[in-house]
Design a binder for this molecule. Structure first.
Ligand SMILES: Nc1ncnc2c1ncn2[C@@H]1O[C@H](COP(=O)(O)OP(=O)(O)O)[C@@H](O)[C@H]1O
Ligand SMILES: Cc1cn([C@H]2C[C@H](O)[C@@H](COP(=O)(O)O)O2)c(=O)[nH]c1=O
Ligand SMILES: [Zn+2]
Length: 194
C-alpha cells in the first residue's frame, strides 16, 4: 500500500529520496493523483517542479491538466535529460505522461532520487494493444512505491485497466482523448480487439 511519506520540513539532500510510480489506463485518474500529491507537498512548503514530455500538448503547453480539468503548472521538455538540468534544488519532482520518454528517464529518476528528491512519475502501463508501455516496466521495478489506479469500463461499468483504441490506427504513439480511446475491462477489451 502506498503511504505518503512524512514530508515535514526536511529538505533534500538531507532526505533519502524515493521513487513513486502512478500507473493505469487512460481516464484512470493518474494525473489527478499526481496533482493531489504535488499540491500536498506544496502545502508542506516543499519546492516542487513538474515536467511533461513536449509531445503532449493536448490541452496546454505549460500545464498538466487532468480529464477532470484539474491543472498544475508544468515545464514541457524534449528529452528526459532536460529534467536533470531544470530540477535544480527542488525537493519534489513530478513527471506526467512518462510513457512518452525514452529509456533515459530511468537513469534520470535514479539520479534525482539519489540527490534526495522525491520523484513521482505518472504514466500509462499498457498501450492500445494491451502490451507493456516502455519505459514504465523499468520504472515500476526500481520504484519504492507503485500505485495502480483504475478507470470505469465504458462497455460494462466494471473496473477498467485497458485503453481501447476506437480506430484501426496501428502506430504506438497516437495522442487523443475520448474521441480516440475508451477505458475497458479485460473482457470487453479483448472481445473487440482487432
Ligand atoms: N471511463 C472513465 N472512468 C473513470 N473516469 C473517467 C472516465 N472517463 C472520464 N473520466 C474522468 O477522468 C478523470 C480522471 O482523469 P485523469 O486524472 O486525467 O486520468 P488519466 O491521467 O489516468 O488519464 C476522472 O475523475 C473522471 O472525471
Ligand atoms: C493507449 C495509448 C495512448 N496513447 C496516448 C493517448 C493520450 O494522448 C495519452 C494518454 O493520456 P492519459 O493522460 O493517460 O489519458 O497517450 C498513445 O499514444 N498510445 C497508446 O497506445
Ligand atoms: Zn467491461
Amino acid at each position: 500500500m502506498f503511504i505518503e511519506p512524512s514530508i515535514g520540513r526536511i529538505k533534500s539532500p538531507e532526505r533519502k529520496g524515493q521513487i513513486e510510480v502512478i500507473c493505469g489506463s487512460m481516464f484512470s485518474g493518474k494525473t489527478e493523483e499526481l496533482i493531489r500529491r504535488l499540491n500536498r507537498a506544496k502545502i508542506a512548503r516543499q519546492k516542487v517542479e513538474i515536467f511533461k514530455p513536449s509531445i503532449d500538448k493536448r490541452y496546454s503547453d505549460s500545464e498538466v491538466i487532468s480529464h477532470n480539468e484539474n491543472a498544475i503548472r508544468s515545464t514541457p521538455v524534449d528529452f528526459a535529460g532536460d529534467i536533470l538540468l531544470l530540477s535544480g534544488d527542488c525537493d519534489v519532482v513530478g513527471i506526467d505522461e512518462v510513457q512518452f520518454f525514452d529509456q533515459e528517464i530511468v537513469s534520470v529518476a535514479q539520479n534525482l532520487a539519489r540527490q534526495g528528491k522525491r520523484v513521482i512519475l505518472a504514466g500509462l502501463d499498457m498501450d492500445f494493444e494491451g502490451q507493456p508501455f516502455e519505459p514504465m516496466p523499468q520504472l515500476m521495478a526500481i520504484a519504492e512505491y507503485v500505485t495502480k489506479v483504475h478507470a470505469i469500463c465504458m462497455k460494462c461499468g466494471d473496473l477498467a485497466a485497458f485503453s481501447f483504441r476506437l480506430s484501426d490506427a496501428k502506430q504506438k504513439v497516437m495522442l487523443g482523448e475520448k474521441e480516440a480511446y475508451e477505458a475497458r475491462c479485460r473482457k470487453c477489451f479483448f472481445e473487440d480487439k482487432r
